[in-house]
Write a new protein. Structure first.
Length: 584
């Protein structure tokens, strides 16, 4: 009898601990909590109703906690400084009369619950309304997802075992990490703008107005679909897994995981990550400097309060180099256009510098007056006399075309490609400023081409076109000469602006705005026409070439930098990117 009582007490203690865990985990991520709850039920460690009750209570409580944080963010400066973001300010404008749909979608679309529910509190949505919607949506979502996961576990666990759960949890965690960084705002914004029928538009995948969009000096986009390529849709972490496996294999084969860092021995980590962009430009020999867009460099003061003094120093550097306003400002250690902005006057420059990390360097560069933009990937094997252009890619800025009747925000949402990065264009991403609310509500004239971003990176929806058919001997000779003017430079991508395709083919009328080293991938792989298999083949070939260049330079006496040194450079770059002012 005593043993039975003790067994019941032990079971009660176990249930209490597990129910407490299921209640608390939704405060971190509710999908992980539901996955754990279904596993406990399948293992007969917890009754179904008890697991569901604990999960439901935790989900509703965590939703109310987010609402409460939003309320506190309005009243408390300490909390507001840590939670405020462009998304919070813009979402308050979009909530409007679509609150039920927006809150429902926020629960369904990963990564949106935090900013949407926080905004509900900050903009004082009625607590009763908020609680009612979140209670109903939580109940429906929990039952559906819990049922699916339980059915999956029951069917698979007996055949595959616990490995199925380990794989499922691993995939979920990777997906959560990716979605949290860049949630899909598209459907939420469509519902906010046009109501529930936007579901149909999203499923149908509306056609873009690509044929009407032109860029001076570049081929028309008539033959290039404005859809989002499969390679672009794959979460970044998952996309690079095959490349990471190949990198590991090549590193073990050659006895050095950091061998590509020797591709350009005079550049930090070979230009894989974290190198100074101005160091490339500074090393170009005098006879080739005419191809560089004029620039100046400066370092932000270590005193965060000295922004005005930094403006004076920046203007002095600009004057010494013959630069004036407007001027392009960008981080000296950068990637994919993070922190790049066109600054119109001294006031805007002061704002930018005040937000720039103290003690870090930046570049001020003259805007190139050409619309054409391209990435030119160059490589030369050590010991060989001449190099070659491996790939040429045209980069088209994200644009829409007005019809004289539709607001800019709806033009963005109507086109598949611009809608894909709607969060960036609507100013909902913390690292990109997007368009103002006034701009979004403006109606462009019929035929008016509206450029949505100063930068053309596919991070904000830039469209890439494989342009290898435009590689000519004259173009290769030009970039071979420029590359040889960089000491010990064997591999890298030049980002250029050019006046016309014909002149570019002749190796004329272009300016280099940035040089990337070993980390400069062949961006033609982001062409929507390129099949996924070919994408990986080209990237695999690129990595094999990097290792071969590094192997030859090692044979010439250059010492390995070591894998940890490369990882430190990558980590420093990553931390800096998160601190830069939003790109424009």
């Amino acid at each position: 009898m005593l043993e039975a009582v003790q067994r019941l007490i032990d079971i009660g203690h176990s249930w209490l601990a597990e129910c407490t865990a299921l209640f608390l985990i939704p405060f971190v991520h509710e999908d992980v909590a539901i996955l754990g709850g279904s596993l406990l039920v399948i293992e007969h460690r917890l009754p179904v109703l008890l697991a569901l009750s604990s999960l439901f209570a935790g989900m509703v409580a965590s939703d109310l906690a987010l609402y409460g944080l939003g309320v506190l963010a309005v009243r408390n400066r300490f909390i507001r400084d840590r939670l405020a973001s462009p998304a919070i300010d813009r979402l308050g404008h979009w909530l409007g009369g679509h609150l039920p749909a927006v809150m429902t979608l926020a629960r369904l679309i990963p990564g949106l619950m935090f900013p949407v529910y926080l905004t509900c509190g900050a903009y004082r949505v009625r607590l009763v309304t908020f609680a009612t919607i979140t209670t109903v949506t939580a109940a429906i979502y929990l039952v559906v997802v819990f049922g699916v996961l339980s059915a999956f576990g029951t069917a698979v666990l007996s055949r595959i075992g616990y490995w199925s759960w380990i794989v499922a949890i691993g995939i979920l965690l990777m997906a959560v990490a990716n979605w949290s960084r860049s949630p899909d705002w598209r459907l939420l914004l469509r519902v906010s703008s046009r109501g529930a029928h936007a579901f149909v538009d999203t499923i149908a995948g509306p056609a873009g107005a690509g044929a009407a969009v032109t860029h001076r000096g570049m081929p028309k986009l008539d033959g290039l679909p404005r859809r989002v390529a499969l390679a672009e849709r794959i979460p970044v972490i998952l996309f690079y897994v095959p490349l990471g496996i190949q990198w590991l294999w090549l590193g073990l084969r050659h006895g050095d995981l950091s061998l590509p860092a020797l591709a350009n021995p005079n550049i930090e980590a070979g230009g894989l990550w974290g190198e100074s962009k101005s160091s490339y430009l500074d090393m170009v020999a005098a006879d080739q400097r005419r191809w560089l867009a004029p620039y100046a460099t400066m370092r932000r003061s270590r005193d965060p309060g000295s922004a005005q003094a930094d403006v004076t120093r920046a203007q002095a550097a600009m004057q010494a180099t013959g630069l004036g306003f407007p001027v392009v400002v960008k981080p000296d250690i950068g990637w994919r256009g993070f922190g790049v902005r066109l600054v119109q006057d001294a006031g805007a420059l002061a704002t930018y510098l005040a937000a720039f990390p103290a003690g870090e360097a930046l570049i001020l560069q003259r805007p190139v007056p050409y619309d054409g933009e391209a990435g030119v990937l160059y490589a030369r094997l050590p010991g060989e006399a001449d190099g070659r252009v491996i790939s040429l890619t045209f980069r088209y800025f994200p644009t829409v075309v007005g019809d004289g009747q539709t607001m800019l925000r709806d033009l963005i949402l109507r086109d598949q490609r611009t809608a894909w990065k709607a969060g960036s264009h609507f100013g909902l991403e913390s690292l990109h400023s997007g368009r103002s609310i006034h701009d979004l509500e403006h109606v462009p004239a019929e035929g008016e081409v509206v450029r949505l971003s100063f930068i053309g990176s596919n991070r904000v929806g830039g469209l890439y076109r494989d342009a290898r058919e435009h590689i000519t001997p004259a173009l290769e000779r030009r970039f071979d000469a420029i590359s040889k003017a960089l000491p010990e430079f064997y591999y890298g991508r030049y980002d250029i602006r050019f006046r016309s395709t014909d002149e570019l083919r002749d190796g004329e009328a272009f300016e280099i705005i940035e040089v990337n080293g070993a980390g400069g991938e062949s961006i033609n792989v982001w062409d929507p026409k390129m099949p996924l298999g070919q994408v990986y083949r080209e990237l695999f070939d690129q990595q094999r070439l990097l290792f071969e260049i590094g192997r030859r330079n090692r044979g010439r006496g250059y010492a390995s930098v070591g894998a940890w040194s490369v990882l430190r450079s990558q980590w420093r770059q990553h931390r800096l990117i998160l601190r830069y002012p939003p790109s424009g």
